[in-house]
Design a protein around this ligand. Structure first.
Ligand SMILES: Cc1cc2nc3c(=O)[nH]c(=O)nc-3n(C[C@H](O)[C@H](O)[C@H](O)COP(=O)(O)OP(=O)(O)OC[C@H]3O[C@@H](n4cnc5c(N)ncnc54)[C@H](O)[C@@H]3O)c2cc1C
Length: 446
């Protein structure tokens, strides 16, 4: 079947309709692949870029399960800068992405409120704020119990302190992906093209191979999220990344004292979080502990309790107890009694349970070196955005962990800089390379 929807989009193309050459091919039509296309067009107008997406629509990966949030309170310098740049783009979407983009991405800047229900976590939040001030994020506030109660009377008897990020909120991630692509008038988008492989000759990239034909291109950007290791492996290339399934759910109900103008609320560790969503509803998430033993066929990585490859049956990995456990955890932290607040049974009616992947650096790409020379691996928040060290012409934009939507503008600009041989947008972005195994404050912070 072949259907042509204008010159830009080719849906399920026939071999005859396939383009044969490009300046750059991007594999993966999620937020980071789309952003790379946008950034390349800005850097080099008229560039012939081709974006290949295996599904029949863009944004068919982890962004589907995302809470679509953004925040500026990152203690790690490279991510903090990535986020500052991305917020500048999101705040001025009409300028950067074209007229109408601001309306379509529908940014709601309602803030993030990290809550402490006890003194020990209050101390942690206070230290976090001190660090954030040290690196220039003076807009982040530490709120004591009185100030939290003044701003949010419903939290008065529950919360002893909070960290407040006012330059934070959420957006429509799918609209953002489409805005990126719309802002690249010379790019072409191939939808429904599966099984793309990276072609190399003499060790360097010469294009891609698809079942519908080859496309010659000197540069390929691999931005296929959790599926990137499969594509790389098919092409004989190893990627040092791991994946962990991560769930979220949306409800059609929200209790009355949790208003539509409220910020994103993040509870004490293990940090269950929730924000208002679509009128009367809410969207929830937390890093519910994942056990690789639940899916032994996915080549568990025991060091990280993660998996190495995505599952075709991702939905099977949803734990049906996840929504009720999250609500129970929230209710306990917020001291909601039977039937009250997050304990209201209406939350469990008609909810929509979702799952995607957090993609991380593995133990070969994120580690510290001990005094005796041994390597100690750790969980890193840093994406990998750099040329592949062994395959000239291959640019990686992967491992965006839990912030690939919010940092996509800057991630796109960095991938574009590497693809086009331009200077880095910021010298600190060198930390997104594979050969930088450790950066201060580079551990999960939500
Ligand atoms: C529960 C959950 C909550 C999250 N919350 C947030 C949040 O609040 N804010 C935030 O910023 N981030 C959040 N994230 C993380 C965010 O979703 C990811 O970091 C982001 O989606 C990564 O973008 P990506 O483009 O790298 O990959 P993806 O979004 O996974 O997109 C990859 C694309 O590549 C395509 N693809 C796969 N294989 C191929 C192939 N062979 N050929 C062509 N195309 C292919 C896929 O279909 C998909 O469209 C969350 C993630 C989860 C799971």
């Amino acid at each position: 079947m072949s259907s042509l929807s204008g010159d830009k989009y080719l849906l399920n193309p026939t071999p005859d309709a396939m383009p044969k050459t490009a300046d750059v091919v991007v594999i993966g039509g999620g937020p980071t692949g789309a952003a790379a296309v946008w950034a390349m067009e800005r850097a080099r107008p008229g560039l012939k870029a081709i974006l290949i997406e295996r599904e029949e629509r863009l944004g068919a990966g982890s962004s589907l399960a995302s809470l679509e949030n953004y925040r500026t309170c990152w203690p790690n310098i490279p991510i903090m800068k990535q986020m500052q740049r991305s917020v500048a783009v999101l705040h001025d979407a009409d300028i950067y992405l074209g007229e109408g983009a601001a309306q379509s991405i529908h940014l709601k800047e309602q803030g993030y409120l990290f809550l402490a229900m006890g003194e020990s976590h209050a101390e942690t939040l206070k230290k976090d704020v001190a660090r954030l001030h040290d690196i220039g994020l003076s807009h982040i506030e530490y709120l004591d119990a009185g100030e939290v109660g003044r701003r949010y009377p419903a939290l008065r008897d529950v919360v002893v302190a909070a960290k407040w990020d006012p330059t934070a909120g959420w957006m429509d991630s799918n609209a953002l992906i489409h805005a990126f692509v719309r802002a690249a008038p010379n790019a072409r988008v191939l939808l429904g093209v599966t099984s793309t492989q990276i072609r190399t000759q003499g060790g360097r990239v010469v294009g891609v191979r698809t079942p519908l034909g080859d496309i010659d291109a000197p540069v390929v950007i691999l931005a296929a999220g959790a599926w990137a290791p499969l594509i790389a492996r098919e092409s004989g290339i190893a990627l040092p990344i791991i994946l962990r399934p991560r769930q979220s759910f949306t409800t059609g109900y929200r209790h009355a004292s949790f208003g539509s103008d409220w910020p994103m609320l993040i509870g004490e560790p293990p940090a269950p979080h929730v924000r208002p969503e679509a009128g009367e509803g809410a969207i929830f998430g937390w890093e519910y502990h994942w056990h690789s033993k639940w899916a032994p066929e996915l080549e568990p990585n025991p060091e990280h309790d993660a998996v190495r490859e995505p599952s075709d049956a991702l939905n099977r990995l949803k734990d049906p107890r996840f929504p009720s456990l999250t609500l129970a955890l929230m209710a306990r932290q917020f001291k909601h009694g039977e039937g009250e607040g997050f304990n209201d049974p209406r939350y469990l009616r008609g909810l929509y349970h979702n799952i995607g992947y957090y993609v991380y650096r593995d133990e070969t790409a994120a580690y510290t070196v001990q005094p005796d020379g041994t390597r100690l691996s750790y969980e890193s928040e840093r994406a990998i955005i750099c040329p592949h060290p062994d395959v000239p012409g291959l640019i990686l934009s992967v491992a965006h962990v839990g912030h690939g939507v919010m940092t996509s503008p800057a991630a796109g600009e960095l991938a574009a800089a590497y693809a086009l041989g331009l200077p880095l947008p910021d010298p600190d972005y060198a930390a997104f390379s594979l050969d930088v195994p450790y950066v201060d404050y580079d551990a999960p912070v939500l």
